[in-house]
Ligand binder design. Structure first.
Ligand code: 7TS
Length: 403
């Protein structure tokens, strides 16, 4: 049996009340909650180690540097990167994608093509559009179908020797669809294109192996995986990170500076200009260690149980339509008859139930279904079937009030 009650005791926020009711937190796809070990690591860092890193001769600086670099190794091991210097700390997924998109602006020209999927978060669309505007490259889109899956036969047709880059999320934030990224990566490589996978929604639910995937770039945010906000990772294969120019200039990312010429530091420092989120990086490592003590296989199985139960109970309610019915993680995006998702979300909040409503930064998906948005309930491994029961009762009450 999955020890959910023991796990829940690790998360102080799950004890609080919202609007006088026990919190039911079903907005995990937006951000996950933080276990006490991660909170303690943050307090411990600022209480005992706070210093700038990589530059001080003094003890605090050396200890902080060791903790930060140890966190990089934790991430390297967890994601099976070949080298620790292929793990770049960033401020999150959005930052990581922008580093790569901006880096490619000197490598693309008119006539080159970039492929994205129809299931992307805006942060994996807009930077590529900006890149196309700068370079004259063209953006092509792998379409989706009614189930919320990518139409892979269309992907085959889009690929050509003009394809230079392919970008896709591992899992859609709006629908939960798990995309066939192994196939996407393999086929892109057959035409010589590089692939970036947005793992913001996959890394909280499954163990990802960068070398096994043979992926060129992989990005995620710590705050989706029980870590703090403002820190994330950019993984790149060594050869790609060496080819890519730095994103920002500043301290920490140089080798030598004169007014005539600056030479850049090696990896990973070339991409880590300025004082980073030191505490965040350390806490990111602690979060990954915490998740591994529970185990990603166990987490995945338990979350699938929550998904199956939640889907079954939701479909008993008249007028419910679920969007995205493909192979997916624990996300349920739905609407009830003609009721506006915002109204449902607002009343659920009064009952202590947190869901997200709206387009989920994935407007093209909403356009596909011709809807303004959905209500999204997204479950994590610390949620329970009892909470789903509270949510279903709350939703029934909401529908009665609005109906
Ligand atoms: N990519 C995907 C697939 C995401 O789900 C998100 C955040 C991002 C990129 C951006 O991550 P950030 O940490 O840089 O902001 N997704 C969501 C969401 O679904 N609701 O709120 C944020």
């Amino acid at each position: 049996m999955f020890p959910v009650e023991k796990i829940r005791a690790d998360f102080p926020i799950l004890q609080r009340k919202v609007n006088g009711k026990p919190l039911v937190y079903f907005d995990n796809a937006a951000t996950s909650q933080t276990p006490k070990v991660v909170i303690d690591a943050i307090v411990n860092y600022y209480s005992n180690y706070n210093a700038n890193i990589h530059r001080g001769v003094h003890t605090l600086s050396q200890e902080a540097t060791d903790l930060y670099e140890q966190a990089r190794i934790t991430l390297q091991k967890h994601f099976n990167a070949k080298h620790a210097y292929e793990i770049i700390f960033t401020s999150g997924t959005t930052h990581s994608i922008n580093v790569v998109a901006s880096g490619f602006s000197s490598m693309l020209k008119k006539g080159d093509e970039i492929i994205v999927s129809a299931l992307e978060h805006h942060s994996n669309i807009v930077p590529w559009q900006m890149l196309c505007e700068k370079t004259g490259a063209e953006l092509k889109v792998i379409p989706m179908n009614e189930k919320g899956s990518l139409v892979m036969s269309e992907y085959d047709k889009l690929l050509s020797e003009n394809t230079k880059l392919v970008f896709c999320n591992h899992i859609s934030n709006a629908l939960g669809t798990i995309n066939p990224i192994e196939e996407i990566i393999k086929k892109a490589h057959q035409v010589g294109a590089a692939v970036l996978i947005d793992g913001a929604q996959s890394t909280p639910h499954m163990k990802v192996d960068f070398q096994d995937l043979d992926v060129d770039f992989y990005v995620t945010s710590a705050h989706k995986i029980c870590g703090p906000t403002g820190v994330g990772l950019l993984y790149g294969k060594q050869e790609w990170l060496e080819k890519l120019p730095p994103y920002q200039g500043g301290g920490e990312m140089i080798d030598t500076v004169t007014f005539e010429k600056t030479t850049y530091a090696g990896l990973p420092h070339k991409f880590e200009a300025g004082t980073p989120n030191i505490c965040g990086g350390i806490a990111f490592g602690v979060a990954i260690d915490y998740m591994n003590t529970i185990g990603f296989d166990a987490i995945g199985i338990y979350e699938q149980e929550l998904l199956a139960y939640g889907t079954q109970e939701l479909l008993k309610i008249d007028g419910v339509r679920i969007y995205g019915t493909a192979y997916k993680t624990s996300v349920i995006s739905f609407n009830v008859a003609e009721i506006h998702p915002y109204d449902i979300g607002s009343i659920l909040d009064k009952l202590g139930i947190a869901v997200r409503t709206g387009h989920h930064c994935a407007q093209p998906i909403m356009e596909f279904y011709k809807i303004p948005g959905t209500v999204r309930a997204s479950f994590a491994f610390y949620n329970t079937k009892e909470e789903i029961d509270v949510f279903i009762k709350g939703l029934q009450k909401t529908i009665m009030m609005l109906g």
